[in-house]
Design a protein around this ligand. Structure first.
Ligand SMILES: [Zn+2]
Length: 318
């Protein structure tokens, strides 16, 4: 009997073990099912919603141009100012300026560009070069006065009629807003070695050599290079530097192009040399689309003087 009981007990133990194993296997199967549900089925589920996935991909592609823009500093400063692209006549009121140099008078630049010049000035000094600013920001009003004086001087002292004096002055000057100095982004830089603008002798100075080597590192370009007069409309000016931001200064320096040529190469101008992209102050204000009372700000043509040419006030450009 005992033997039978023992035998029965063993059978019970075996059965219980069998149940135990079954439970364990069941638990494992459930776990496996859980894993499959969460990974395999989910994947196939996403495949079914192809349109949603595609939409997400498009959204991801859009920020790429912005990433490119992140490499471009001071994009606002990359605009053309010349005969074909005069500044809006109210430009003086649109910018803040900061004093960047003081000698017998004070010189100012657009505040956003001022620090770059300050860094350049200090770096030059560390290399033993004392840069001398002889002209910087000029208001349109100031230039108008200068031009008027220039015309009047020709009438009073050279015996010219008004039209003659005006035409003669125009050969050396530009209309208001056509000078980069009006934009607060241009500097005429010389050094104690050489301070004459009557010729291009400044290019033989150590200061010029330093600027030629380093100005682009601080966002400045030689704006009216040698051999580009027919394109820029301005004689070779080894002293005139223009802020365009470090990124574009490097690009332009490497290209060997003047600003007009660079614009053309990028497809930013029309056949007449008028900027159609990278418009600078003429660009619509992106964050204020509701502003509808300032169309003149976005249309340079409307801001140009409409009085007869001979009656317009013009300004000195250097
Ligand atoms: Zn200049």
């Amino acid at each position: 009997m005992r033997k039978i009981k023992r035998h029965n007990n063993r059978r019970r133990v075996i059965i219980l073990r069998g149940i135990k194993y079954l439970l364990i296997i069941s638990a494992l199967l459930l776990a496996l099912a859980f894993v499959l549900t969460n990974f395999v089925f989910k994947d196939s589920g996403e495949e079914e919603t192809v349109t949603e996935t595609t939409t997400e991909v498009i959204v991801l592609e859009e920020p790429e141009p912005e990433k490119e823009d992140e490499n471009i500093d001071n994009k606002w400063a990359m605009f053309l100012v010349n005969k074909n692209n005069p500044l809006p006549m109210d430009y003086d009121s649109r910018i803040e300026t900061t004093m960047i140099f003081e000698s017998w008078r004070e010189y100012f630049l657009d505040s956003r560009a001022a620090k770059y010049f300050d860094d350049m000035l200090k770096a030059a000094k560390e290399d033993g070069i004392d840069l001398l600013v002889v002209s910087a920001y000029r208001t349109i009003e100031y230039q108008q006065q200068n031009f008027d004086n220039s015309v009047q001087d020709r009438i009073d002292n050279r015996g010219m009629t008004y039209d003659e004096a005006y035409a003669d002055t125009l050969a050396e000057v530009a209309l208001p807003g056509e000078s980069e100095h009006n934009a607060g982004l241009a500097l005429d830089i010389m050094s104690e070695e050489y301070t004459s603008m009557d010729d291009d002798g400044f290019e033989n100075t150590e200061a010029f050599k330093w600027l030629d080597k380093h100005a682009h590192e601080y966002g400045f370009i030689l704006r009216y290079p040698k051999g580009k007069q027919e394109i820029t409309g301005i004689i070779y000016e080894p002293w005139h530097y223009r802020f365009v931001g470090v990124y574009y200064a490097n690009e332009i320096k490497q290209s060997g192009l003047c600003l007009e040529e660079y614009y053309e190469e990028q497809g930013w101008t029309d056949a007449n040399g008028k900027a159609i992209e990278m418009l600078g102050p003429w660009e619509p204000e992106e964050k204020e689309p509701e502003v509808t009372t300032a169309p003149a700000n976005t249309e340079p043509k409307e801001t140009m003087p409409t009085t007869p040419y001979s009656e317009q006030k013009v300004t000195i450009i250097v």
